[in-house]
Design a protein around this ligand. Structure first.
Ligand code: HMG
Length: 390
């Protein structure tokens, strides 16, 4: 029985900063961002958007299309947690009016937990083939103003329905995974911005890739030639390109720039203009690949490398299913990305500094442009959400 991704829907904020604007403010050559790290825009969430609203908005099309009826497991992957106790997924469960017969849990391991959630969901479906799981990955990447990581900020969420006989991508059972206790990127509970040892983090990302690949290759006997496309975790698009180059070099495979772009480029299109979405990043890449590839990908094998700092890496693979194009939300994604509002530098800094109040006061947040749900305020220490669905 095949198990895998049956539907995939992506959401990001309606606001972005062009990295040329940031480059100007930081007196940096814009090509450092556009070419050097391969990023053009970063998604910035307004005060009434958080990981709950992003995830609920990503999953909304599934609810609208009547896809959530058989879901009995909701896994919410994030490293932008909003509460130390209550799972963010429970708010989404309520906003989407899902059945009470559902297990709901939040998972954390930096950017990797979306993949942990997907693999756990696959295990659940293997045991309950008539049932489905909803995997939500949602994050807001935030670094200090003026820090090297600033240009890699972003935000977004991906909702994936996981089922038997999936209509999009069957996930293959073999995988290589790797854990090592390292301090390349972390965010202590008292901080709202990540701390990062940037250059070191890129080295650990690649080390975990080589270790994960080795296990995967030992299990399957596959070589790079057995793959038609690759999707990497995308903190910035250049990282994915560099990682693939390093893997090819390690395997003594000659790979030219054009050939590499043919394997990766479609998966990088959305991330280049949304920025890092942490747990969601690799799945934003998967949506980008499925939505934008001109070639029919039916039967093609995709190599997937997920990485979460701290660190855990995993290499696995999936095969695109016949008829997949009918079940994509490509037009909706394009529409969202094409209709965002550009922020000036000052607007960006004002939103950045707004923060979520922590003084136990009563707050009603100003209304910005969001998806179908918004974070409307705080009362008696409780977050309040509003549905804009008529
Ligand atoms: P930096 O050190 O300021 O940048 O920030 P740089 O000086 O290394 O420049 C970047 C590239 O731009 C270089 O290319 C420059 O040569 C080039 P490279 O040598 O690497 O090929 N460059 C230019 N190119 C064209 N025209 C120019 C120009 N100027 C320079 N004028 C750094 C880079 C990655 C350190 C920073 O962005 C950072 O700290 N980012 C955050 C950490 C990160 O994303 N790490 C990635 C791996 S870890 C990961 O993926 C996990 C993560 O998602 C978190 C999680 O798991 O939760 C982050």
């Amino acid at each position: 029985m095949n198990i895998g991704v049956d539907r995939i829907s992506f959401c990001t904020s309606n606001y972005f900063v062009d990295l040329k604007t940031l480059a100007h403010a930081r007196s940096v050559d814009p090509d450092k961002y556009y070419v050097g790290i391969g990023q053009e825009k970063m998604g910035i969430p307004p005060p009434d958007e958080d990981v709950v609203t992003l995830a609920a908005s990503a999953a909304y099309p599934l609810m609208r299309d009547g896809e959530l009826g058989d879901v009995e497991l909701l896994l919410f992957a994030t490293e932008t947690g909003i509460d130390q106790s209550k799972a963010a997924g429970i708010y989404v469960h309520g906003l989407l009016d899902m059945s009470p017969r559902c297990r709901t849990v939040e998972l954390k391991q930096a950017c990797y937990s979306g993949t942990a959630a997907l693999q756990l969901a696959i295990g659940f479906v293997a045991r309950n083939p008539q049932k489905k799981a909803l995997v939500l990955s949602s994050d807001i990447a935030r670094y200090e103003l003026g820090s090297p990581g600033e240009a890699t900020q972003g935000c977004g969420a991906v909702a994936m329905l996981v089922s038997a006989n999936p209509r999009l991508v069957a996930i293959e059972p073999e995988c290589g995974y790797y854990t090592e206790d390292v301090m390349d990127f972390w965010r202590p509970n008292y901080r709202s911005e990540a701390l990062v040892d940037g250059k070191y983090s890129t080295m650990v990302y690649i080390h975990a890739l080589l270790e994960s690949w080795k296990q995967y290759a030992d299990q399957t006997g596959r070589t790079l030639a057995d793959f038609d496309r690759f999707c990497y975790h995308i903190p910035f698009t250049k990282m994915a390109e560099k990682a693939h180059q390093k893997l090819a070099r390690k395997l003594k495979v000659e790979i030219g720039k054009d050939e590499m772009l043919a394997l990766l480029e479609e998966s990088l299109r959305y991330s280049r203009i949304t920025g890092n979405c942490y747990t969601a990043s690799m799945y934003v890449g998967l949506a980008s690949l499925l939505d934008t590839a001109e070639e029919d990908l039916t039967g093609k094998r995709i190599g997937l490398y997920s990485y979460g700092s701290g660190c855990v890496g995993e290499f696995f693979s999936g095969v695109v299913q016949p008829g997949y194009r009918e079940f994509l939300y490509a037009d909706q994604h394009r529409n969202l990305l094409d209709n965002r509002t550009e922020l000036t530098y000052q607007q960006y800094e004002d939103i950045y500094n707004y923060g979520v109040p922590t003084d136990a006061g009563e707050y009603v947040f100003p209304q910005y442009k969001t998806g179908p749900f918004r974070f409307s305020g705080i009362s008696q220490h409780k977050r309040e959400y509003e549905s804009l669905v008529e």
